[in-house]
Design a protein around this ligand. Structure first.
Ligand SMILES: [Zn+2]
Length: 702
């Protein structure tokens, strides 16, 4: 980022222009990352600083304030792909930010002046915790939830109706007095801290991307094209207002009371302040208690309670004059960056870390701070030996905001290492991703337990009786470092002292069970095997596609060894021409197979290469079953089969299992509480089967 404390007083217009351009560009990049990709690249505080700086520049050089300045925009346009757009009943404005109490009083003094009242006037204010979530507008017609959209650019948002309807906290129907025919309710969708941690654990277990914070997890969860994914995410909601005035409500407090009457969830901490002291007390209390709330807030919102005054005040360029967001402060300080080191996460993502000369921020000694990724280091031109500005906000990991200019000679630009500091495998960066990853997934200490967990998981080797705790213990003791070690464990246990069966919590029977479970998996299907390797982007479905295509381990292995990413590579062409496979998957396969450490793992593991596990060829499609070659869709809750079982059974009999109903669907199997898909099937005249009828159909004929 640009130097935050540089004075703009002695700037020429030329310099101001170039500064403005740099800032505006930087803000645009962050906006894109934040709104469109759900992946913020800087902290909110740092972002606000950039914005303040831009505003200050524009105040001093009004000529810079053009229509496309970020200061004139509320957010960015809704993402281009996937979601229909919904225009809000009235624009969803963002709020002006205040960073100190003085800012707050100044703001309401300005409001008083605007109304021709004494500057000393205190307006009764409603104070609400500012939820750090995703603003949404919900339209109800005749009481029923009609549409829901994100804020988007303030005028138009993305249609997230299907996702919103999966949130149990949001009533599908409003009940109660004075309900207008149409009403747009506004509020914040958020994720609690506990649910955020759980979600990231699940993501990690799946090898999927981790969310940076609860807000991004909420946004990423809601902005799913498949609402069944949203339904699995425990999103919550607080309503905070309406787009248009409500009949009979004279104050914002009345509005909130009415929303509650209609059944909408409100934040229980909201209060009406009738004096400055109450405002101060509330802000201080929230700032102290914020970490114990269980969800993220980043400040307090004040709204003038009197709606008549609100309407007289109206809105300025991009924010209402009657409301203000009072942000919590972050702690900042300067220190020397001694060294840049690399930290390898459990998913293999390599994060550069600033090793600092220790400093105290808000009573906590800070000696390390995150540098996020390689791009950030380059963009901020951070070098070892620099004096840097550090920020610590709430529970967030301290971060390096930027370099503090100094006269001292600087070190060389930082060169990002090309091999993993933990396992010496190659580091690689995938096109279009900011993250750099270690490719030694199966051998890298930092990633190994996670990968081993994946290896033994239900859809992979499915090893019964091997808990995560056991796996981690085996790993720590050096007994199981790579997958192949699992299959020599029994052999080695005979020479172990003490042997596993005498360990705390084990006995002869449980050890026997574990070895039996392992032995049962010495034969494994090719698709399970491929999936078990935990190659990024190669999920269950892709593994199945690969296994069908290559049929045997030998064929697959040979093809992968011949794979490179040059355009005329035969294997590459072959791979990307497979239906359901893309270039990203090809890139990941390539990255996995060029890493010699991974080849070692295969050799140690696979019987075909000298290991102990025999990888079976993919069975040719079963024939003679009435469902061979048919396309089927499951919907609703099945009673006798789990979804996974039903799917496996259908595929085993040669059927294609699809996620949605179309004209190509042959059978729709309807469980309990089936919804849209069943209706759609009816509409298209597709054969609908009960679970019983389906099971009968799957029985061997004759
Ligand atoms: Zn590594």
């Amino acid at each position: 980022m640009t130097q935050p404390h540089q004075d703009s007083d002695d700037l020429s217009l030329e310099d101001a222009k170039s500064q403005w351009q740099r800032l505006a560009h930087e803000i645009a990049v962050h906006d894109e990352a934040y709104y469109t990709l759900d992946a913020p690249t800087i902290s909110d505080e740092a972002y606000d600083l950039l914005r303040k700086r831009l505003e200050a520049l524009e105040q001093r050089f009004p000529v810079l304030q053009t229509r496309d300045s970020p200061t004139q925009k509320v957010g960015v346009s809704p993402s281009k792909k996937g979601f229909a757009k919904i225009t809000h009943d009235a624009p969803m404005l963002s709020l002006e930010n205040a960073f100190s109490l003085d800012d707050v009083w100044d703001y309401f003094k300005k409001a008083a002046r605007f109304l021709g009242m004494s500057e000393e006037t205190f307006f009764p204010l409603v104070a609400e915790p500012k939820i750090d979530g995703l603003s949404c507008a919900l339209v109800f017609e005749n009481g029923g939830l009609l549409t829901a959209s994100t804020r988007g650019d303030g005028e138009t948002g993305e249609d997230v109706t299907a996702g919103i309807k999966t949130i149990p906290f949001i009533p599908q129907t409003l009940l109660g007095p004075h309900l207008p025919g149409r009403i747009e309710i506004r509020g914040e969708v958020y994720l609690s801290h506990d649910d955020f941690v759980r979600l990231n654990q699940e993501q990690e277990a799946l090898g999927a991307r981790l969310f940076a914070n609860p807000r991004n997890a909420a946004a990423g969860s809601l902005r799913q094209l498949d609402p069944s994914v949203t339904a699995k995410r425990p999103l919550k909601f607080f309503a905070y207002g309406t787009s248009l005035p409500l009949d009979g409500c004279k104050t914002h407090w009345d509005v909130l009371a009415r929303l509650a009457q209609w059944g909408l969830p409100l934040n229980p901490l909201n209060i009406l302040c009738t004096s400055k002291d109450e405002v101060i007390a509330f802000y201080k209390k929230l700032e102290q208690e914020r970490s114990a709330l269980g969800y993220d807030i980043d400040g307090v919102v004040y709204k003038i309670n009197d709606l008549a005054l609100q309407s007289r005040l109206g809105t300025a360029a991009r924010a209402p004059r009657f409301a203000l967001a009072h942000k919590f402060s972050a702690q900042k300080g300067q220190t020397v960056l001694r060294k840049i080191t690399l930290q390898v996460g459990r998913t293999g993502v390599v994060t550069p870390v600033a090793e600092l000369a220790p400093l105290t921020l808000g009573g906590v000694v800070v000696s390390r701070a995150t540098l996020h990724n390689h791009d950030e280091i380059v963009r901020k031109d951070i070098r070892e030996g620099d004096t840097v500005l550090i920020q610590r906000a709430g529970d967030v990991i301290p971060q390096v905001l930027g370099v503090v200019p100094s006269e001292r000679p600087r070190g060389d630009p930082f060169v990002f290492p090309s091999i993993c500091p933990i396992c010496a495998s190659h580091l690689e960066r995938l096109p279009g991703e900011a993250a750099i990853r270690c490719t030694g997934g199966l051998v890298c200490d930092a990633q190994a337990t996670l990968r081993l967990r994946h290896f033994v998981s239900k859809a992979a080797f499915d090893i019964d009786g091997l808990s995560i705790k056991h796996l981690e213990l085996f790993y720590e003791k050096g007994l199981v470092r790579t997958p192949a070690d699992l299959f020599t464990l029994e052999e080695r246990n005979r020479f172990l002292s003490p042997p596993i069966e005498s360990w705390n919590g084990w006995g002869p029977q449980s050890a026997r069970n574990l070895f039996d479970a392992l032995n049962q998996r010495r034969q494994i299907s090719l698709s399970r095997f491929i999936y078990a390797l935990g190659i990024p982007k190669i999920g269950e479905k892709t593994a199945k596609i690969l296994s069908k295509h290559y049929h045997t381990y030998e064929m697959w292995r040979a093809a992968m060894s011949a794979l490179n990413l040059e355009e005329n590579n035969q294997t590459l062409q072959d791979l990307i021409s497979i239906d359901g496979l893309g270039l990203t998957a090809a890139e990941e396969l390539h990255a996995f197979f060029v890493e010699p450490h991974n080849q070692d793992v295969l050799r140690a593991l696979v019987a075909q290469e000298g290991g102990t596990v025999f990888v079976e060829a993919d069975p040719l499609k079963a024939s003679g079953s009435p469902i061979t070659g048919k396309t089927v869709v499951f919907t609703g809750t099945l009673e006798r089969l789990s979804r996974r079982e039903a799917k496996a059974q259908a595929e085993g009999l040669g059927a294609n299992v699809a996620g949605s109903v179309s004209a190509k669907t042959d059978y729709v199997i309807v469980g309990k509480d089936a919804g849209k898909k069943a209706k759609e099937a009816e509409r298209l005249g597709i054969t609908i089967l009960s679970e019983e009828a389906w099971i009968t159909l799957c029985q061997p004929q004759g």
